[in-house]
Design a protein. Structure first.
Ligand SMILES: [Zn+2]
Length: 87
């Protein structure tokens, strides 16, 4: 059971963790090398958490679980995260 959302939905939960405008942060896919802004990625809400996928190759870029008072952030699918420090 997956509920597909647009990348702006991921901005919400990532904003709880990072002090940046996360929809504008660029993530490079480890699988295919494509770089997209987080706001342009495919987001799926599961009972277990939020899964952010590469729109080009469908690899999982980021998984976020918020449970028991902590965030679990799995970012092994991201090779580079580009954050604009002047935003
Ligand atoms: Zn990819």
């Amino acid at each position: 059971m997956e509920n597909k959302l647009d990348g702006n939905a991921a901005g919400g939960i990532l904003q709880e963790i990072f002090p940046f405008e996360m929809t504008l942060v660029q993530a490079s896919c480890t699988g295919c090398g494509v770089t997209n802004t987080i706001g342009a990625l495919a987001v799926y809400m599961h009972a277990m958490g939020t899964v952010i996928r590469c729109p080009a190759c469908n690899s999982v870029l980021i998984r976020v679980v918020h449970a028991k008072g902590r965030y679990l952030l799995d970012m092994r699918g991201v090779s580079v995260l580009q954050i604009n420090a002047e935003a």
